[in-house]
Design a protein around this ligand. Structure first.
Ligand code: ARG
Ligand code: GLU
Length: 682
């Protein structure tokens, strides 16, 4: 009997895991609510999204166009990731006040720091407008009406490659102030080494506050503004989750392509990912070697290294994942079945052929642009020269300050080495012969390395002083640009704007519209959800570990003991604040302590769950069955990253920082328990 029950439970949990794929539209969440409740959710669809009453969506924001944030107090207190607030934290940091290194804790509202060009957006409502558009209304007219004379911002986004159109109405706030950030040794603990990895111990959070005018409406920054009073905020659960407990993520995932054909997946697996990974490996090797040789370089190139390495690691996981799953072959088999079904339907019979032909016609140009981005366009001298050339036409505001900032973190010797490596790479990966003029010039110089030396030796922009002097004399600047050899390189490899995926090229996308429609008629058992496009979505699943390898199970919760095990004052990314060491030594965790496996006491740090997430979901609230905040999403494991094309319920896990660790750090490391007073802790 016991075995039977166990077997049944296993079956249940397997089928539960199956359904964790999906990023659902909040306004249609009623379609999923039965499934969610079967998996443990206790609330109603109306509590997630409603246009009649305050609902959870009123506590979620798009944070500065690339991350998610959530409200956690009636006074506009907002939580997001440290890596999402990084730019703001950095911009307030100086040698005297190094908030990146030491952390920042506003001791009063007056100390909260305003940020230029930092905004958040609430979703006021969303609705399908496919029929209105079909009836002849224009997008402009629909948006204009929805904007109510400038009060809101409206946008129409297409779902399912344009088969459906939705209107999104947002309210944007531009006075968003920095309230607190932990030291980077907590907020970025583990750095690029631990990035995309489990077990993870990063306290990836920062706190902001939204300010509004006296009428609680958006207002430009003013010292007279007051904390925004949100329609909803998340209460916080201090009880934690157990493995298997329901989790839901509410946020703004940026980009997925779940329905693309084998040709598109093959492009990623065979061409795009391998090329991008290889070229970035070469770049990173040069930067890392320079960083190891010199402490100042390590700091100056830290942000660049992190930015290059982040996608680099993600693509490696994606490539391995797609290969392991055999996604290309699976899609081919799926398409074969589709083709049989479509053969009897004249309107659909040609679709796969049309798609295939479109890929043949368009992939080459797209690939070249990706290659240029990863080679020619990754030469920093070229970027700065292009900016100087634009400035010679029209000098942008604050250009000199931006230039100074660029050169502070720029080493022309490193850039020169990178340029050599990347132009060799360009030749190796270039699908057709490179342009004749470029070839002639390289030959004239005596090869690629000598050509690059020429670019750097003859450049007028090798240092800030040289560039700055030219800013004072626009005639001389124009003359210098006309002579600048690296700008020739930019002309030989001209940039064209490309959409975020090959499949979104208009020549290809036009066939996806009918294909997507056909798929939904063909595959009636499948639960379709639209690809991520930076619109608000709900993902649900459960806290869950996974089998990492034969006999190796990765449990879903890490603790402070794991931080101490990694602590190493000699390694930058693992050198924790002394305060944390002392807390650990005294085991003085107060109310944040939980029982450890060995009977002692510990503090939870990060956890894994099965929610389907992607870039943009950083900072998203992780919510329990009762609608309380239990964590902040900030990553996936790198082996999960193929979920942007194929979700594997056995492997795919998102990574969240446990809200109890956030509270512990605020209280014990930041000595900022007054912030807890405005939260609602359950
Ligand atoms: N991998 C996460 C994301 O894609 C976190 C990136 C920031 N952290 C870092 N160590 N680079 O954004
Ligand atoms: N760190 C990512 C972000 O900034 C989330 C990781 C992912 O791709 O899932 O959105």
């Amino acid at each position: 009997m016991k075995r039977l029950i166990l077997g049944f439970a296993l079956l249940l949990s397997l089928s539960a895991a199956r359904a964790d794929e999906g990023m659902w539209l909040p306004c249609l969440i009623a379609d999923r609510i039965d499934d969610m409740r079967a998996k443990g959710f206790r609330l109603s669809a109306e509590e997630i999204y409603s246009i009649n009453q305050a609902s959870m969506k009123d506590a979620v924001v798009l944070f500065n166009g690339g991350c998610t944030g959530e409200l956690i107090s009636p006074e506009g207190l907002l939580l997001t990731n440290h890596h999402c607030g990084y730019g703001a934290i950095q911009s307030h940091s100086t040698v005297e006040h190094d908030y990146l290194t030491n952390g920042f804790w506003a001791r009063s509202r007056a100390e909260e720091l305003p940020n230029e060009r930092l905004w958040v957006r609430f979703l006021v409502r969303m609705e399908e407008v496919t029929d209105r558009l079909a009836a002849g209304e224009t997008k402009e007219a629909i948006c204009k009406e929805a904007e109510e004379g400038g009060r809101y911002r409206a946008a129409i986004e297409q779902m399912y490659y344009g088969n459906q159109q939705f209107l999104f109405v947002y309210e944007q706030f531009d006075d968003v102030r920095l309230v607190a950030a932990p030291p980077s040794a907590i907020g970025k603990f583990g750095g690029d080494t631990d990035n995309w990895m489990w077990p993870r111990h990063t306290g990836d959070f920062s706190l902001f506050r939204i300010y509004a005018g006296a009428d609680n409406r958006p207002a430009k920054y003013s010292p007279d503004n007051v904390p925004y009073r949100p329609a909803r905020f998340f209460p916080i659960s201090t009880k934690g989750l157990a493995e298997g407990d329901f989790t839901m993520i509410y946020g703004f995932p940026g980009n997925t392509q779940q329905y693309v054909t084998a040709d598109a997946v093959a492009y990623v697996v065979e061409r795009s990912d391998p090329m991008k990974i290889d070229l970035r490996t070469r770049r990173l090797e040069i930067i890392s070697a320079a960083q190891e040789a010199d402490a100042a370089t390590r700091i100056r190139y830290a942000a660049k290294h992190a930015a290059i390495a982040n996608s680099w690691k993600k693509w490696q996981g994606e490539l391995l994942g797609l290969q392991r799953l055999g996604t290309v072959e699976k899609r081919r088999a799926y398409e074969k079945r589709f083709a049989q079904w479509a053969a009897e339907r004249p309107e659909y019979g040609h679709l796969l052929d049309s798609l295939h032909a479109a890929y043949l016609g368009a992939a080459e140009e797209y690939y070249r642009q990706e290659l240029y981005n990863e080679s020619v366009r990754a030469i920093e001298l070229l970027s700065v020269a292009s900016a100087m050339k634009q400035a010679s036409d029209k000098m942008p505001d604050g250009f000199e300050a931006r230039l100074a900032k660029f050169y502070r973190d720029y080493d022309p010797a490193i850039d020169r080495r990178i340029a050599k490596a990347l132009l060799h790479g360009l030749e190796e990966y270039h699908p057709q012969p490179v342009p004749q003029a470029y070839r002639d010039e390289v030959e004239r110089c005596g090869g690629i390395d000598a050509y690059v030396d020429h670019l750097f030796d003859a450049s007028a922009f090798g240092s800030f002083e040289e560039a700055q002097a030219l800013l004072r004399d626009t005639t001389a600047l124009a003359a210098a640009c006309a002579q600048e050899p690296v700008l020739k390189l930019a002309e030989w490899f001209p940039r064209k704007r490309i959409p975020r995926n090959l499949s979104n090229l208009p020549a290809i996308e036009r066939w996806y519209r009918p294909y997507m429609k056909a798929l939904r008629e063909f595959d009636t058992d499948r639960a379709f959800y639209p690809d991520a496009n930076l619109t608000l979505r709900v993902a649900y699943g459960a806290m869950s570990g996974y089998w990492y390898a034969d006999a190796v199970y990765h449990r879903p919760l890490t603790t402070i003991d794991g931080i101490i095990a990694k602590d190493d004052p000699a390694i930058y990314d693992y050198n924790i604040p002394q305060r944390l060491r002392e807390c650990y030594a005294s085991k003085d965790y107060g109310q944040w302590g939980i029982p450890a496996a060995d009977g002692s006491v510990t503090v939870p740090v990060c956890f894994l769950a099965t929610n389907h997430t992607t870039g943009g979901n950083s900072g998203s609230p992780v919510i329990n069955a009762r609608g309380e905040l239990v964590g902040i999403n900030f990553d996936r494991t790198w082996r999960s990253t193929m979920s942007d094309l194929e979700f594997d319920p056995d492997i795919c896990r998102n990574i969240a920082v446990d809200i109890r660790y956030v509270l512990f750090v605020i209280d014990r490391i930041g000595d900022a328990s007054y912030l807890l007073d405005e939260m609602v802790l359950h």
